[in-house]
Write a protein that binds this ligand. Structure first.
Ligand SMILES: Cc1ncc(COP(=O)(O)O)c(C=O)c1O
Length: 390
């Protein structure tokens, strides 16, 4: 901690906890104290810690080939693209390393799509309260001034619309619109789901104005809500043209992906985009293994996620400072009318890791392997803490 204070950029406000190892749903600090991990490295450690199948493929692949660059083929990028295409309903993949990098590529696709139609067609509609990443493009369409203000001027062309406001959405579209970017459930913004009507309207308007609909599934995607992707959660699936995702895909090995239908993919021609590290053999092989395991876990995510919601709603009923429990599957926010930060610290002291987003929302992103037993433990700790709130 002292070395970090002396040598690191002081951009992170870390919790005072040094993690050393993990097993299943639990992680341990340097002194061996155990924590129930209900934040999973912000949704990355989706299979918990040290999952035996993931450890096995990492060990094997590390001894064979970790990196090859995109100058050459390797065995795993093609099969992973095929797999993600089947899961997402989108034809083609591009692999990068992080969420924000995937978002940048998605935005380049939107720009190139617009550019091919008219130089005036470069606007991107995004939502207020959204979060899409920290690089310039992603930041430009992030609908929270606190992230943007120190870096302006940003990439031009962003237009922000309030969440679930159909009229504002319609008013924002024009022939200048090249794309619209949506998180089906806003994550950093406080776990706010979009209504199906709003998503349907975005699809209709994107079609009418020849713009691309981009789903940012970096936090809500790849199983988190109990569906492969959050846009598939309801019976009436509204397919985006482009989908970006990252966090849990390779269980902690950095991997991000852009999935695109043929129309959107056609905007990117040879030489227009690339990544040195993106889609390496280690990351892709781990992601393939993760997808196999995910198939077995989807019913459990739905069942345990539902159970967690019910338990939290029961707790909410007993405490007037809890405004609402929101989210789907294992992506849950408990919105309070008091600041959440102290509760997060108190939970940590009780052996439960969660975090707070948007100042008042306790955010839980448990691992997909979680069962009712761990949910009971977490709810018991929260109940104890809630009882102490004055
Ligand atoms: C919805 C969403 N988009 C983009 C990002 C940025 O991803 P990364 O931190 O991997 O760059 C995040 C990260 O929290 C996110 O939640």
């Amino acid at each position: 901690m002292d070395l970090e204070r002396e040598y690191l950029l002081q951009n992170y406000a870390r919790y005072p906890l040094v993690l050393a190892r993990g097993k299943g749903c639990y992680t341990y600090d340097l002194e061996g104290r155990r924590y129930l991990d209900f934040i999973t490295g912000i949704g990355v450690n989706a299979l918990g810690h040290a999952h035996p199948r993931i450890v096995k493929v990492i060990r094997e692949q590390a001894g064979l080939l970790i990196h090859s660059s995109n100058l050459y083929y390797h065995q795993y990028q093609g099969p992973l693209a095929e797999r993600l295409s089947a899961m997402s309903g989108l034809a083609r993949a591009f692999f990068g390393n992080t969420g924000t990098e995937a978002m940048e590529g998605g935005l380049k696709m939107v720009r190139a799509h617009g550019h091919a139609i008219s130089p005036e067609k470069f606007e991107v509609i995004a939502l207020e309260n959204s979060f899409h990443g920290r690089t310039f493009g992603a930041l430009s369409i992030t609908g929270q001034a606190k992230y943007r203000q120190d870096f302006e001027p940003l990439v031009p062309g962003a237009r922000f619309v309030p969440v679930n406001d159909l009229e504002a959405l319609e008013a924002a579209f024009s022939d200048r619109t090249a794309g619209i970017v949506l998180e089906m459930i806003q994550g950093e913004g406080g776990i706010f789901p979009l209504t199906p009507q709003f998503v349907a309207k975005a699809r209709e308007l994107a079609d009418r104005f020849d713009a691309l609909l981009v789903a940012d599934e970096i936090q809500c995607g790849v199983g988190r809500t109990g569906a492969y992707f959050a846009y598939q959660r309801t019976n009436h699936v509204i397919l985006p043209d482009v989908m970006v995702t990252a966090k849990p895909l390779a269980c902690g090995i950095p991997l991000g992906v852009i999935m695109a239908n043929e129309r959107a993919a056609a905007a990117i021609k040879p030489g227009m985009h690339g990544s040195t590290f993106g889609g390496g053999p280690l990351a892709c092989r781990v992601a393939l293994e993760f997808c196999e395991i995910l198939d077995e876990l989807l019913p459990q995510i739905q069942r345990v996620g539902g159970y967690f919601h019910v338990q939290l709603n029961e707790l909410a009923r007993k405490h007037s400072f809890v405004k609402e429990v929101r989210g789907f599957g294992l992506m849950i926010g408990v919105d309070l009318n008091i600041p959440g930060k102290q509760l997060v610290l108190d939970a940590m002291a009780e052996g439960l890791l969660i975090n707070c987003t948007h100042d008042t929302v306790l955010r839980c992103l448990p691992p997909y392997i979680v069962t009712e037993k761990e949910v009971d433990q977490a709810v018991k700790i929260l109940a104890k803490l809630f009882n102490k709130v004055k």
